[in-house]
Design a binder for this molecule. Sequence first.
Ligand SMILES: *[C@@H]1O[C@H](CO)[C@@H](O)[C@H](O)[C@H]1NC(C)=O
Ligand SMILES: *[C@@H]1O[C@H](CO)[C@@H](O)[C@H](O)[C@H]1NC(C)=O
Ligand SMILES: *[C@@H]1O[C@H](CO)[C@@H](O)[C@H](O)[C@H]1NC(C)=O
Length: 303
Amino acid sequence: MGCALSGAKSALWISLLHGFLFIIAGSGTEAPLDDSTADVSSRRFRAEFLQEWQGSTDAPYFDPSTPRNITGLVGHPVRLLCRVKNLQNRTVSWVRHRDIHLLTVGRYTYTSDQRFEAQHKPRSEEWALRIRSPQRRDSGQYECQISTTPPVGHAVFLNIVEPETTISSGSELFIQAGSTINLTCTVRHTPEPPSSITWTHGEQVINFDSARGGISLVTEKGLKSTSRLLIQRARGADAGLYTCGPNNAPPASTRVHVLSGEHPAAMQQGCAKSSLDRMLSISYCILSLFLLRKPSFNFQFGT
Ligand SMILES: *[C@@H]1O[C@H](CO)[C@@H](O)[C@H](O)[C@H]1NC(C)=O
Ligand SMILES: *[C@@H]1O[C@H](CO)[C@@H](O)[C@H](O)[C@H]1NC(C)=O
Ligand SMILES: *[C@@H]1O[C@H](CO)[C@@H](O)[C@H](O)[C@H]1NC(C)=O
């Protein structure tokens, strides 16, 4: 039996599949070879169906307390769990919603993708799906299903993230000579906080014993780590590419432009902003630069 019912987006397929598994399981050792056996099976099927719909108290159900939104890291094993009460003789399966791909059936791993594994301890209520080396594309909805008729499901959302580094100013920072360069680097989704976050200016590593002086660095480590670089009284030589390099996440860079115009107020307000209104500020800077070149407009930006 093929395990990928690709293209068939309807849950109907899952129902049919479960119905099929149910018949196989229900018939036990006796294979449905002749009409009478098939008849018994179908009667059993109908009886079961009605029993489910009458809301019988011994119907299996999911423990609602298991987490339904799991975040995992690229390359690090992740486990989706469902806990089923009163399972009796039913089967628990894990299905990937995206392509209605059947991943596990009971204790068996059903998919050929070696990264997936069914995990279950005998007599335990826990039925887990383990993904050995998850990738971004594994993100999405999964469903734990009980082979009742119709099957009942418990959806779990998996979110696979990878280490990420960002600088608050975005890719460009325009700053007026004499003001403070303030760059905040944020590192997210690392297996543990970075043991080091190194800043470089061009090829040069930034450290405290540089002749430049007026440099400070504040690093905070945690679930989300930040490193803030402050360079006081910016001058022309401070312009260039600044890179923040955590030891366990990709680096991020920003280009700093130090403007030495005669109109500090307008430039500082328009250009030293960060992240959110970055695009606006860049356009504003370009506009300002353009206007500043025309003496007739100078009065608008006078201090
Ligand atoms: C499960 O057990 C019930 C009795 O408790 C029986 O009627 C039913 O046919 C069994 N179903 C399967 C799939 O074995
Ligand atoms: C799951 O959690 C992530 C981060 O913890 C969040 O971004 C996302 O919106 C959540 N998804 C759902 C469906 O709750
Ligand atoms: C640097 O910028 C951050 C926001 O990005 C702000 O909270 C902080 O006060 C600034 N520090 C200085 C010294 O300007």
